[in-house]
Design a protein around this ligand. Structure first.
Ligand SMILES: Nc1nc2c(c(=O)[nH]1)N[C@H]1C(S)=C(S)[C@@H](COP(=O)(O)OP(=O)(O)OC[C@H]3O[C@@H](n4cnc5c(=O)[nH]c(N)nc54)[C@H](O)[C@@H]3O)O[C@H]1N2
Ligand SMILES: Nc1nc2c(c(=O)[nH]1)N[C@H]1C(S)=C(S)[C@@H](COP(=O)(O)OP(=O)(O)OC[C@H]3O[C@@H](n4cnc5c(=O)[nH]c(N)nc54)[C@H](O)[C@@H]3O)O[C@H]1N2
Ligand code: SF4
Ligand SMILES: [Mo]
Length: 692
């Protein structure tokens, strides 16, 4: 065996970039990790967080053995037990719950800790096991459900442009997305467009790292983007710059949408968004004269009550200008809609003994406290940290503290959620197991070969469920399929875009581009909607109880005048540079760089309230509160408070931003409304601070 090996793998994190990585292994130990220089999207670089991947896996707080709770729920006191004992106890409790309350009393709560098809969310590792039990289905809607549903109702799927083709745009609008923090590999293509003369606009209530690089930055109030977009189209149509031929041949509902556009002159949009009318008019004129225009919007823009409608209107812009027909024109959100793997073969939902109800990931508090017939009696938390990530933290904690709830958590670290587990099972890290990935920001599939043996008694999630199935004596043979066999079944797709994408090639080359046409104009032959056209008017939206015509749905709390009088700031809690959701938030070096939770305000807003830079503050509303250090900066627009997601509550005074976020659905898709939250900010008196 050679002394040094290079093993190709895939970053498993919930990030559009889906990087391919190279792990150097010396004497059985992983000694170096770097971005794959041969991958056209990764281009040799990882990111500030994942450069520390190997260090993270060796942190002293890594979970290495199964544990059983000894303290109260939430306290985090455990004793070590063996795998046999842990699996016996789980099997017995689970059989009891299914016997007494039925399979639907079991909730497999999968998170986004890994997006792998074999170990994580994309394939819902263990899904076959839960299907055999007849467990409740899990709607993993916490991230991009609203936008995906809005796009499905408009262009047929969340597919959109290949982000690499942003390089061909001449006007590029980064809309409610902060890629220099949340997925920086797209930047090479943004820069290529600029080199060729493209004008770059960023639309974000905060002058982010990304906005600071742009030619132009507009700062609307959160959740008001659809009004802004309609006003841009008002200018386009006023100039007669719409593409009549495209509208006639490729769209449905133009007359109604046109009437909607007429309701939003720039002056009205200025009132709603807080962006001056002359700036809206100027951008509208630029949009009218610049072909092709590309819009890149990711998840940040759809975390408010109108998130689905917003993506409907944004995807309608290239429908009006005809840019969907041009390379470098259109909209890019997530390429996941283009991935044509045989997911049904992996999921095997046909194994369910009968149809089952679906529980919403974003409503864990409700699911544990209010849902009946049957109530949830057994909860499996798999690669998720809902105490840190899910809306309305106080309710989530109350739900998890229920004495009659049996909770199993599979994780790598002792998170706030682990503290509520009855049984904790230690999971492998990506370079210790096998997996297959897509990247939702590109068109490659990536293979992850294990580089080293797992530490301690850690097991891959898929293997954990094989062992649990055996322990319970389940006879369905497909529960015991190996990782390789699962990958083969997933790749067994007859869609032309999957031609030539084989397990052998993936293993050999590390990544394979899907066989999409080149150049990639996904809607050249029509849209995958019921009408085959871009649907300004959508029956799907109507069936979901939303306005059938794409339009502006105001944010719930941001636009609520009564609430604004009580809670003056609209809080956004976006991606932090130093963590990936709650992952890496316990890494000592990244914690040191990041500092504790902060909240940023415009100096003018702070002055009115007598608040000082650097002061300790309480960010609160009627749902809860978290503590932070106040930072005054004109990078945040007035009326907005900016903080970051992902802090571990137990490392930050007991709560994070989700203490104040409501458990409420978006207009389409049932997504959460993280960036549609009103708060007050008050100083914590110095003496109180000393007591802490
Ligand atoms: N470093 C790092 N990278 C990450 C993550 C992370 O935690 N850290 N998280 C990953 C995950 S899970 C996801 S889903 C993506 C999310 O990445 P993004 O899609 O970039 O989402 P956010 O970070 O939530 O918000 C992006 C920007 O949108 C702005 N914004 C908020 N509300 C609105 C609005 O209503 N309108 C407009 N125009 N702007 C708004 C925020 O101020 C923020 O600057 O990033 C992934 N990448
Ligand atoms: N306030 C606010 N909250 C937010 C957001 C926001 O914008 N604002 N964004 C939301 C978004 S976009 C998302 S995607 C969610 C994410 O929320 P979650 O799905 O809860 O994701 P993480 O916080 O990353 O927690 C994932 C856990 O999985 C574990 N893990 C990682 N890999 C594996 C593995 O291979 N096996 C197992 N068993 N465990 C593993 C990690 O150690 C970690 O504890 O958070 C949401 N929360
Ligand atoms: S988090 Fe994103 S940018 Fe960083 S390595 Fe993973 S896929 Fe690449
Ligand atoms: Mo996400």
């Amino acid at each position: 065996m050679p002394a040094e090996l290079k093993v190709l793998g895939a970053c498993p994190l919930d990030c559009p970039d889906g990087c391919s990585w190279v792990v150097t292994v010396r004497d059985g130990k992983a000694v170096r990790i770097r971005g794959n220089p041969d991958h056209p999207y990764t281009r040799g670089a990882l990111c500030a967080k994942v450069n520390r991947w190997l260090e993270r896996a060796e942190q002293p707080d890594r979970l290495l053995h199964p544990m059983r709770r000894t303290g109260r729920k939430g306290e985090g006191r455990f004793e070590r037990v063996g795998w046999d004992e842990a699996l016996d106890e789980i099997a017995e409790r689970l059989e009891g719950v299914v016997r007494e309350h039925g399979g639907e009393a079991v909730w497999p709560y999968w998170g986004t800790g890994t997006l792998g098809y074999l170990q994580g969310l994309e394939g819902y590792s263990g899904r076959r096991f839960f299907n055999v039990l007849g467990a409740s289905a899990h709607d993993a809607n916490i991230c991009s459900a609203a936008g995906a549903a809005g796009l499905e109702a408009t262009i047929g799927s969340p597919g959109g442009m290949d982000p690499q083709d942003l390089a061909h745009a001449r006007l590029l609008i980064l809309w409610g997305t902060n890629p220099l923090t949340s997925g920086h590999h797209v930047w090479a293509f943004v820069q290529a467009a600029r080199k060729a003369g493209a004008h770059l606009v960023v639309i974000d209530p905060v002058r982010t790292r990304t906005a600071r690089q742009a030619d132009e930055h507009l700062a609307p109030l959160p959740g008001t983007d659809a009004a802004l977009a309609l006003a841009l189209l008002h200018v386009v149509v006023g100039l007669g710059a719409q593409d009549e031929e495209f509208l006639a041949r490729r769209t449905q509902g133009w007359e109604e949408f046109r009437a909607r556009i007429a309701e939003f002159p720039p002056e009205r949009a200025a009132e709603i968004t807080g962006v001056p009318a002359d700036r809206i008019r100027a951008l509208g004129e630029r949009l009218a004269r610049t072909r092709p225009t590309a819009i890149r919007a990711t998840q940040g823009i759809q975390r408010n009550a109108g998130g689905g409608s917003t993506l409907r209107v944004l995807a309608s812009i290239p429908g009006v200008t005809g840019d969907w027909a041009r390379l470098g024109g259109g909209l890019s959100f997530s390429t996941s809609g283009h991935v044509k793997l045989n997911k049904a073969a992996l999921y095997r939902d046909d194994l369910r003994p009968r149809p089952v109800r679906t529980l919403s990931m974003s409503r864990l508090g409700e699911g544990l406290l209010d849902v009946r017939d049957p109530p949830v009696k057994a909860l499996f938390v798999i690669a998720a940290n809902p105490v840190g990530s899910t809306p309305h933290q106080g309710r989530v904690r109350r739900g998890l503290a229920r004495e009659d709830l049996f909770t199993v958590v599979l994780d790598q670290f002792p998170t706030d959620t682990v503290d509520y587990a009855d049984i904790v099972l230690p999971a492998t890290s990506q370079h210790e197991h096998t997996d297959l990935h897509e990247g939702y920001g590109h068109l490659y599939l990536t293979w992850n070969e294990p580089a080293v043996a797992p530490p301690g008694e850690c097991l891959p999630t898929a293997e954990t469920f094989r062992r649990l199935a055996r322990r319970m004596g389940l006879e369905e043979p497909s529960l015991y399929d190996s990782d390789e066999s699962l990958a083969e079944q997933l790749l067994d797709s007859d869609h032309p875009w999957m031609a030539g994408v084989t397990l052998d090639r993936l293993r050999e080359e590390g990544f394979v581009r899907m066989s999409v046409p080149d150049p990639f104009l996904p809607y050249a032959d029509g849209f995958p909607t019921p009408s085959g056209r871009l649907e300004f008017r959508s029956a799907l939206a109507a069936a979901a109880g939303a306005d059938p015509v794409a339009g502006y749905t105001p944010p719930a709390e941001v636009a609520d005048a009564a609430r604004a009088a009580r809670y003056p700031f609209a809080l956004v809690s976006a991606a932090s540079h130093e963590s990936l959701n709650t992952q890496f938030a316990n890494n000592p070096e990244l914690r040191r760089r990041r500092g504790g939770p902060s909240v940023r305000l415009h100096p003018g807003d702070a002055e009115r309230l007598g608040l000082r830079d650097g002061q300790r503050v309480r960010v609160a509303n009627d749902r809860g509160a978290f503590e932070a250090t106040l930072e005054l900066t004109d990078q945040v627009r007035t009326g907005v408070a900016a903080t970051a997601k992902g802090h571990w509550p137990k490392l930050s005074g007991g709560a994070n931003a989700n203490a104040v976020v409501d458990e409420r659905d978006t207009d389409l898709g049932g997504g959460p409304v993280f960036h549609d939250t009103r708060v007050e900010i008050t100083a914590i008196p110095d003496d109180q601070e000393d007591e802490r």
